[in-house]
Design a protein around this ligand. Structure first.
Ligand SMILES: *Cc1c(COP(=O)(O)O)cnc(C)c1O
Length: 374
């Protein structure tokens, strides 16, 4: 089965991991700081690594002070972790609808969802296309909310000349194997606000505080540390950070290949009846994580099943988050974000990954054209 996404691992990646394994540090060693510095060069802001994209969101919301009584406005067209990270901290998630073309959080819908209790606005760079950050920034500043970007799809993407990571107050990344680069499991939080990033760092290190100037009892001894707020162990080990740094050295090549594959889909699927292709706004330079097409005329399920039967591992991204029983049992109702729901009803993600060959991509295109009868 041709997957819809997968990692690209070369000898340079293997060598980096082997070197880390034979070093003194399997975790909490020098490769963590190295990878974080490498990430900063791409993200345009300092970064803290964590164990995955889900924990990156949990840590980001915790750093933003999200808690009981707060509301977090976000999109339903995402992986559940964008919402569950806030819900697990006791906040109420408020879903706002998406833009019809990009499936990104619609700033007008987000604005309508704001209240005095809005603590954070969380956007998602769906498929790698950056959200409408300038408009979301205005909303955040207007209400005093923290602007969070779930950029699990979008490391390497650029919005109006600015790298994703340098725009929102807190930006989260995922390094799962299907994403733009991988550490097997892994993630990071970038922040343009040092005090928020310090809170992320403390949270991912079980809440341990060691800086003498922050201790309540600074003279206890060199071994001393204190915990002021609860945290978790979300540390990414050196072995995986080594893989991350090796992958980052290949990021420009990854982006170029993803752009090439996207251009081939755009060209070779243009004009196919019953099919709507993704659009890219003029002011962004995305590193495309997904190629989400829309299957018209109510044929999505049929097309999905026939593609899978032909050995092509298509995917659906995403089930509207509030459809999950954990949210519907809290009273969220189907129909609350109709644009997201109609997007979901038609969406299929075609295979898109760095090592996808032109020949395999041609087979995807021919199979889809055959099913749609053109
Ligand atoms: C993958 C993903 C996550 C979670 O990342 P993991 O590393 O799998 O935990 C969060 N949000 C979005 C939009 C994702 O695609």
């Amino acid at each position: 089965m041709l997957p819809y996404g997968r990692q690209s691992i070369e000898q340079s990646d293997v060598d980096a991991v082997v070197a880390a394994l034979s070093s003194d540090w399997l975790t909490t060693g020098p490769r963590v700081a190295e990878f974080e510095a490498d990430l900063e060069r791409v993200a345009g802001a300092p970064c803290v690594t964590v164990t995955n994209g889900t924990t990156a969101l949990h840590a980001a919301y915790a750093a933003a002070g999200v808690g009981p009584g707060d509301e977090v406005v976000t999109t339903p067209m995402t992986f559940v972790a964008t919402a569950s990270g806030a819900a697990m901290l006791g906040a109420t998630v408020v879903f706002a609808d998406v833009d019809e073309d990009t499936a990104n959080l619609d700033p007008a819908a987000a604005e309508a969802a704001l209240t005095a209790r809005t603590r954070a606005i969380a956007a998602v760079d769906y498929a790698g296309v950056p959200a409408d950050y300038d408009r979301l920034r205005k909303l955040a500043d207007m209400t005093g909310a923290v602007l969070v970007a779930d950029a699990a799809h979008a490391i390497g993407s650029v919005y109006r000349g600015r790298p994703v990571g340098s725009i929102a107050d807190l930006t989260t990344f995922s390094f799962f194997p299907t994403k733009n680069l991988t550490t097997a499991e892994g993630g990071a939080v970038a922040s343009i606000r040092p005090e928020l990033l310090d809170r992320v760092r403390t949270f991912r290190t079980v809440g341990m505080v060691k800086k003498p100037e922050l201790l309540r009892r600074p003279d206890e001894g060199r071994w001393f540390y204190e915990v002021h707020e609860f945290g978790l162990n979300y540390r990414l080990p050196d072995v995986l950070c080594a893989l991350g740094s090796a992958q980052l050295r290949r990021l420009a090549a990854f982006k170029a290949r993803r752009q090439q594959l996207t251009a081939r889909y755009d060209e070779l699927l243009a004009g196919v009846p019953g099919l709507r292709l993704p659009v890219t706004p003029d002011d962004v330079d995305p590193m495309r994580h997904l190629y989400p097409v829309r299957i018209l005329d109510g044929r999505r399920r049929e097309v999905f099943e026939r593609m899978q039967a032909a050995g092509i591992g298509v995917q659906v991204n995403y089930i509207p988050v509030y459809w999950h029983p954990v949210f519907s049992e809290l009273g969220y109702r189907r129909g609350m974000c109709p644009v997201a729901e109609s997007f979901y009803a038609e969406e299929i993600s075609l295979p898109l990954f760095v090592d996808l060959s032109d020949a395999d991509q041609d087979r995807v295109i021919e199979t889809l054209r055959g099913i749609l009868g053109s």
